[in-house]
Design a protein around this ligand. Structure first.
Ligand code: NAD
Ligand code: UFG
Length: 337
């Protein structure tokens, strides 16, 4: 089967393309490189030993998207394409609502015209309301998002839920927790365009000497060591979760939502220590003020994905740290845009 992967040059998309190719799927990728590099596509081809069609296009470009659906017999779509920087979304809300909502709507319309009805959407744990008890189940309350990025995910989920009910789409919403790590080869990984907002790339860039020290945002949370606790999931496990979702999509209609996490909470200092172990040297850090909007703790209930998709995360934070370090040390400047 041929899978159309939007945003397939990005961090999670590139790892998922590699996994799909390894499992015998054909892939077609659409990406406009607004937050990625052609080098990632080149490396996925080299690592997989397989060729695939790549289209440099904006998902909002109706003509370009229509051409892709005409040229290929697409069975299923994975929609990664979107803007994802929380802080930037606060500065530029219209850019975020414009890109993330419009790309999703245009994609659904193009699918409908082409008679393609299966879509897997990259959602996020950010759609959950901050007042929920842990672990977060798929039934935990959503909404009251704290930034425009989060609202775009919340709104896209609703758009897709409605489209499944009335337009005959088969939709799987995947709520990712905190993706980290890199492919075990060290050839593809996370390559933030600017100063990283997220913890793992910041630690990795500090370890490689691109940043002076890590700021640990708060040590007075009600967590075992006072620092924030998150559910870090290896990007290669996440990629496998998408293959499981495709298989689910083949057999079911309607709209279903799954958490993709490990179910295990790790603190900022625990992740830092695990990375230090992978690198074999201390990484400088300073405790600073809390970052506005951050929760103390966030981790997933994983039973639904295990029972229904037959998928569970397998890798540890130690695997992820070793793989991230391999990627960062082999590619100190990322893909070198
Ligand atoms: P990424 O920025 O590395 O990948 C997104 C890709 O989409 C990029 O290659 C970018 O160039 C492309 N893109 C963006 N808008 C486009 C458009 N209009 N047309 C064509 N291409 C476009 O991000 P990622 O970390 O791989 O995330 C993938 C998806 O998962 C995103 O939707 C993101 O919001 C979601 N997500 C990510 C995380 C995370 O922490 N990484 C967590 C939860 C959800
Ligand atoms: N942190 C630091 N220093 C840093 C960066 C982060 O101490 O330089 C801390 C944060 O305070 C938090 C933890 O590390 O306790 C994780 O922070 P991240 O920014 O890496 O991740 P978040 O959990 O804040 O958010 C991420 C994505 C969101 C997504 C969410 C759930 O940025 O888009 O995971 O998937 F919605």
């Amino acid at each position: 089967m041929t899978v159309l992967v939007t945003g397939g040059a990005g961090y999670i998309g590139s790892h998922t393309c590699l996994e799909l190719l390894g499992q015998g799927y054909e892939v077609v990728v659409v990406d406009n490189f607004c937050n990625s590099s052609p080098e990632a596509v080149k490396r996925v081809k080299a690592l997989s030993g397989k060729e695939f069609e790549f289209y440099e296009a904006d998902v909002r470009d109706e003509k370009a998207l229509g051409d892709v659906f005409r040229r290929h017999d697409i069975g299923c779509v994975i929609h990664f394409a979107g803007l994802k920087a929380v802080g930037e979304s606060v500065q530029m809300p219209l850019r975020y609502y414009g890109n993330n909502l419009e790309s999703t709507i245009k994609l659904c319309e193009a699918m409908k015209r082409a008679g393609v009805n299966q879509i897997i959407f990259s959602s996020s744990a950010t759609v959950y309301n901050g007042e929920n008890a842990m672990p977060l189940t798929e039934a935990s309350r959503t909404g009251d998002c704290t930034n425009p990025y989060g609202w775009t995910k919340y709104m896209c989920e609703q758009i897709l839920r409605d489209a499944a009910a009335t337009e005959g789409l088969s939709v799987v919403l995947l709520r990712y927790f905190n993706p980290i790590g890199a492919h075990v080869s060290g050839q593809i990984g996370e390559d933030p365009a600017d100063i990283p907002n997220n913890l793992m790339p910041y630690i990795a860039q500090t370890a490689v000497g691109r940043r002076e020290y890590l700021r640990v945002f708060g040590s007075d949370y009600s967590t075992p060591d006072g620092t924030g606790v998150r559910d870090y999931i290896h990007v290669s496990d996440l990629a496998k979760g998408h293959v499981a979702a495709i298989q689910y999509c083949q057999k079911h209609t309607g709209c279903e939502v799954f958490n993709l996490g490990t179910g295990k909470g790790t603190s900022v200092l625990e992740l830092l220590r695990a990375f230090e172990k992978a690198v074999g040297k201390p990484i400088p850090y300073q405790i600073t003020e809390r970052r506005p909007g951050d929760l103390a703790t966030c981790y997933a209930a994983t039973e639904k994905a295990a029972e229904v998709l037959g998928w569970r995360a397998e890798k540890t934070i130690h695997d992820a740290c070793a793989d991230s370090w391999r990627w960062q040390s082999m590619n100190p400047m990322g893909y070198g845009k």
